[in-house]
Design a protein around this ligand. Structure first.
Ligand code: PEP
Ligand code: MG
Length: 483
């Protein structure tokens, strides 16, 4: 199936040009395109007399339905098959590859949705992107944020805007202003340049106007994401190192990956593998589930595969010894204090000096004080905490209002964790996307969190937002938001 092979090859070629996170997603797509079952299906349809474009179309459609029926991550990847299908069919028809427009000047890209492959391949002429569908933690949003590209997702009606309209996209507030005059556009561009220059000049530790310290930390998926200007790493998503791996990473490979980060950053909070739902790790071979977000994911994987956690904890401790770093390690999706206690015992027995738990499940927030009897720190994952508090899929574009971290119920849970931290004299940070929002960061500080961890691109604006307000003003904003 020349068309299928070519779609896979083209995807693999784009993978070369992409960053590590993007490369992992493209790797998965290349694997899907190379699936021998897909090839055989298209070939047998062609042998039965179907033209190549129709044979490809039918085989891809059949394959898409089969993937969708499996549920979980594979079902989410089913949509990506459409991108591959269009490329394969275009090849079979001798037409140019479908894809992004190339108007020959910088532009704002508007789309119904954008495949991970297209997002990863966006050139420097794309100034911003707006999609009709998607959630703020969809692959498109994650990839855009990683590149520092302004993006607004879940923007209904955007496809009705005529081509050539002058549009302003504010990825910070999610606002899209349509139909600017040339004069207004000129002002926006000048303001933008001045803003970037001011933010780029910002440096130093996180502080409120009156000097209250709030650590500004980085969320990373590998050493490639490290940037200067932050006070350490608040969330090292180790599963990002191994997404789409079909064989388990060896102990030595893990030691090297962790040591590389430890040797280049001050304090690093490593999160143990957070597998499941949108982040499956194929090498774990976990069974498909009807309700993966509520199933065996995060720390719960340890119930089935305890060796995986033990090996990872050993590798983290060894990397810390090799580099002289202090290993801070936390587990994802901790739900009960018994889980926190068991995790802390295991980690300490292996030489981890600082053990933490993520608060991503309301049950954990409600019992934050009890959790802090077992662990040394808490890190609040507002992405999942919102998903589980509001019973709203975090990737669902139609439920963005429920997933908004400004929701008082979510803030209340954050406040409970912060109060428990104060009482125990232990750090409680936020590492969900909310921490990187300069409008929300002061609120979170006002609620009492001690650190904020975010994508590197978010650090300057958050630093500036905190420096603008006293702690009392942050607390006032927090009280207003809760009310
Ligand atoms: C979170 O849930 O807020 C979080 C930081 O973890 P992830 O986004 O990786 O699920
Ligand atoms: Mg999470």
């Amino acid at each position: 199936m020349a068309g299928g092979d070519t779609a896979g090859d083209a995807t693999a070629a784009r993978r070369e040009a992409a960053g590590s996170e993007a490369a992992e997603i493209l790797e998965a797509l290349a694997m899907i395109a190379d699936d021998p079952m897909l090839l055989e299906d298209a070939q047998s349809r062609a042998r039965e007399g179907m033209g190549a474009p129709h044979a490809l179309d039918a085989a891809f459609t059949q394959h898409r339905e089969a993937l969708a029926a499996l549920g979980g991550y594979l079902a989410e990847r089913a949509a990506d098959l459409d991108d591959l299908k269009h490329r394969a069919v275009a090849f079979a028809l001798g037409l140019p590859m479908p894809g992004l427009p190339a108007p020959g000047h910088p532009y704002i890209l508007v789309a119904a949705d954008l495949s991970p492959a297209d997002t990863a391949g966006l050139g420097p002429d794309v100034l911003a992107l707006v999609t009709e569908r998607g959630g703020p933690t969809s692959h498109t949003a994650i990839l855009a944020r990683g590149r520092g590209l302004p993006a607004v997702v879940a923007c209904p009606g955007i496809l009705d805007v005529p081509d050539g309209t002058v549009v302003r996209v504010d990825g910070g507030t999610g606002e899209v202003a349509i139909g600017l005059t040339e004069e207004q556009a000129h002002e926006v561009r000048a303001g933008e340049r001045a803003e970037r220059a001011r933010l780029a000049a910002s440096s130093g530790p996180g502080r409120t106007k009156d000097g209250h310290p709030v650590k500004l930390l980085l969320n990373i998926g590998s050493a490639d994401d490290l940037r200067p200007g932050a006070e350490g790493v608040g969330l090292f998503r180790t599963e990002f190192l191994f997404l789409d791996r079909t064989t388990a990473p060896s102990y030595g490979e893990q030691v090297d990956a962790y040591a590389e980060v430890f040797s280049r950053a001050e304090t690093v909070i490593v999160r143990t593998l957070d597998a499941g739902t949108d982040k499956p790790l194929p090498f774990l071979g976990l069974p498909a589930e009807p309700n993966p977000a509520l199933g065996v994911r995060g720390l719960r994987v340890d119930r089935l595969l305890p060796d995986v956690l033990d090996t990872q904890l050993d590798a983290i401790a060894e990397a810390a010894r090799k580099t002289g770093a202090e290993a801070w390690v936390m587990a994802p999706m901790v739900t009960t204090e018994a889980e926190a206690a068991a995790f802390a015992r295991r980690a300490r027995a292996r030489g981890v000096t600082r053990v933490g738990a993520m608060v991503e499940v309301p049950a954990a927030a409600l019992r934050a004080g009890r959790l802090l009897r077992e662990v040394d720190f808490l890190s609040i994952g507002t992405n999942d905490l919102a998903q589980y508090t509001f019973a709203a899929d975090r990737q669902h574009s139609a439920l963005a209002d429920l997933l908004d971290p400004r929701q008082p119920a979510l803030l209340e849970l954050v406040a409970m964790c912060a109060a428990a931290g104060r009482e125990a004299g232990k750090p409680v940070g936020v590492c969900g996307e909310a921490a990187g929002d300069p409008l929300l960061a002061p609120l979170l500080v006002g609620l009492g969190v001690t650190s904020l961890s975010m994508a590197a691109v978010c650090v300057p604006a958050v630093r500036e937002a905190l420096a603008d307000l006293t702690l009392a003003q942050c607390q006032e904003r927090a009280a207003q938001a809760l009310a």
